[in-house]
Design a protein around this ligand. Structure first.
Ligand code: FUL
Length: 636
């Protein structure tokens, strides 16, 4: 046997450089190999991407001025004095992440409103001018310290769009942006990810100009130079998500990736059509991250306390993200105290318990493994529990298979597979067959892509004596580092959530008086899956059933993307006491509504006594034949 070599030694030796620069891998070998490794096929990950794939599941922390204004996108004119968490507890946030089984957290150091959560001297629009710790606080640093204490990785989000900065849209803002990025990359230890949001340009405060500023993002930011800045200062940090960054967006904010989601993409600007499934055989290793919030919104809103995703939904999302080959990036927004609310903690803990229970024992560990083709005796590496060792078939053995002889009575319903990524994505399609003692093979699954991770869930547990992985279509002989078998543990069910927001006015009992289209009852059924749809312009007049002190209204968009109907982009409201004489109550935009699909909470200019409410929605947020709204309610 030749010298043993693992992924760790490959990384440490800097042998694996990505793309065509992989020749050194081919000239080496793996534990059990008697001939050198075959050459890689297609694009391969860089060392930092490879480490990032191992992070699998980590959290997002949206916490900022919006937490205190109940908005999803701040305009940029907010008073820093609004930022005042009463009981910020970064250890509680880190503990919630650990309870869920997360490996790290990424904090919004600055969202689109421009408010900086660290005491930078580069702007006055920052935490120094807030009451939090009398201006001496540093949320970025305090959460970093808590993550280090908890053994979590740490990453930062820095919104490229800045609705506060007077120079946004001009060259001077780019200097500012790079300077803030430099501070974040040099003051807070090792970062595992740096997040650049794709939402860029539009209206904003801009130092008082209050105007619309549109930019051509690739030309304005010169992304390759920004990515390089991060890599120079933080060589291990993966950047998200423009072309040239290490990680791409999965194309939705709903918590699922296509099956499969290839980590490869063409070397051209991102499109959602390509980004969702990835492109088999394309030249760039640009893997997807699946981002979603545990609540409808990215920021905490008390009126969403009853809409925290259940442990079962989180498990489904884990399967549809991690199990399809992407990482799972779950947002857990702190409330106005600066803590994760009880309901979210309960859901995260129940989900984490199910994950720990499921992955506690790998039932393939004592299997005897034989391969139809091998570069030596590497086959046993697939069940040794070590992702750094792998089975490798010769390059030409495209129809190779590996058989696990299992001890009796091992009932499993989840199969986890992992490809040895430094040799590329060699397997296009594969099948799993099983056989009982002396019995025939029967195929139980056929899927595309093994990739960074692939889960195969079975409808019920089975306990065959043999399991076979076989390629159905491959570009080169397979190289797999893991075949694991688990008995899944279902997450426990939580008791129904109780609304904690006393300002909420339920729409139970509201009645449509007039509307631009029928079907208005769907607005009041407390079900985000049913919607009222109307051609634009849409309007609806509602009888609230009694006079209310109305401060504003809540609008829940449909959560699913429908090519024929989109949420409204703007609103205009009128109220009335008698249904005859009406007064204007306000108007505004629904920020980020089409992508975030979050419940919106626009406020009127002040409190109004109203028995009737009329809402106008002039146009859909993206071109579509109809406007769709899933729910309406009010707040006092
Ligand atoms: C989006 C942003 O506009 C949202 O507010 C949120 O930060 C999400 C993660 O990305 O593009």
């Amino acid at each position: 046997m030749t010298a043993s070599l693992s992924r760790r030694t490959l990384i440490a030796g800097g042998a694996m450089l990505g793309g065509a620069a992989c020749t050194p891998v081919a000239s080496r070998s793996v534990a059990g190999a008697s001939t050198p490794l075959p050459p890689p096929w297609g694009a391969v990950p860089s060392p930092r991407q490879l480490r990032w794939h191992d992070r699998r599941f980590y959290g997002f922390v949206h916490f900022s001025i919006n937490t205190f204004t109940d908005k999803e996108w701040g305009y940029g004119d907010e008073d820093p004095a609004l930022f005042n968490p009463t009981d910020f507890d970064p250890d509680q946030i880190a503990a919630a992440a650990k309870a869920a089984g997360m490996t790290g957290l990424i904090l919004t150091a600055k969202h689109h409103d421009g408010f900086c959560l660290w005491p930078t001297k580069l702007t006055e629009h920052c935490i120094r001018n807030s009451p939090y710790k009398a201006g001496k606080g540093d949320i970025v640093g305090e959460l970093e310290a808590a993550c280090r204490r908890a053994g979590l990785n740490y990453g930062l989000y820095l919104s490229p769009w800045d609705r506060n900065h007077p120079e946004y849209g001009r060259p001077a803002y780019i200097d500012y942006y790079r300077a803030t990025l430099t501070e974040l990359c040099t003051r807070y230890g090792k970062l595992f990810e740096v997040w650049f949001d794709g939402a860029n340009g539009g209206d904003g405060y801009y130092g008082g100009a209050r105007e619309t500023r549109l930019i051509d993002a690739p030309a304005y930011y010169d992304w390759p130079s920004i990515v390089k800045l991060v890599h120079d200062l933080q060589p291990e940090a993966c950047t998200f998500d423009p072309l040239g960054a290490d990680i791409r967006w999965v194309g939705n904010e709903e918590g699922h990736a296509a099956d499969p989601c290839w980590p490869t993409m063409p070397n051209e600007p991102y499109t959602q059509a390509n980004g969702y499934p990835g492109v088999r055989g394309a030249e760039l290793w640009w893997p997807a991250e699946t981002n979603v919030s545990i609540r409808p919104g990215w920021f905490y809103h008390a009126d969403e306390d009853t809409q925290v995703k259940s442990p079962a939904t989180l498990m489904e999302m884990f399967d549809r993200s991690v199990g399809h080959g992407t990482t799972f990036h779950l947002n857990i927004p702190p409330d106005r105290r600066g803590r994760i609310a009880d309901r979210d903690v309960a859901s995260l803990t129940a989900f984490g318990d199910a994950l720990r229970g499921t992955f506690a024992a790998d039932l393939a560990r004592e299997a005897v493994v034989t391969a139809s083709a091998d570069i030596g005796s590497t086959a046993a590496n697939v069940v040794d529990g070590d992702p750094a060792t792998f089975w490798c078939a010769p390059a030409g053995a495209r129809d190779a298979s590996v058989v696990l002889d299992l001890p009796p009575g091992r009932a499993f319903d989840l199969i986890e597979l992992q490809e040895w990524l430094p040799l590329g994505l060699r397997v296009t399609r594969f099948a799993i067959d099983v056989a009982d003692d002396g019995g025939e093979w029967r195929t139980i699954a056929e899927k595309a892509m093994v990739g960074p991770q692939r889960h195969v869930r079975l409808p019920q547990p089975i306990a065959p004596r043999r399991l076979r992985f076989r390629t159905v279509e491959a570009e080169a002989g397979p190289a797999l580092c893991r075949i694991a078998l688990y008995r899944s543990v279902a997450p426990r069910t939580l008791p129904p959530a109780v609304a904690s927001d006393p300002s909420l006015i339920s729409s139970a009992g509201w009645r449509i008086v007039a509307a631009s289209a029928d079907g208005g009852a769907a607005l009041f059924d407390d079900n985000a899956k049913t919607a009222w749809q109307s051609p634009a312009p849409a309007s609806v007049t509602i009888d609230l059933g009694r006079t209310e002190a109305l401060r504003g209204f809540l609008l829940t968009p449909t959560r699913h993307v429908d090519p024929d109907a989109a949420p409204p982009s703007r609103w205009r409201a009128e109220t009335s006491l008698d249904g005859k004489s009406w007064t204007a109550a306000g108007e505004g935009e629904f920020a980020n509504i089409n992508y975030a699909r979050a419940t919106q909470r626009p406020a009127f200019a002040g409190v109004r006594q109203a028995r009737f409410l009329r809402l106008h929605f002039p146009v859909p947020a993206v071109p579509a034949p109809r406007i769709a709204v899933a729910g309406l309610a009010g707040f006092r």
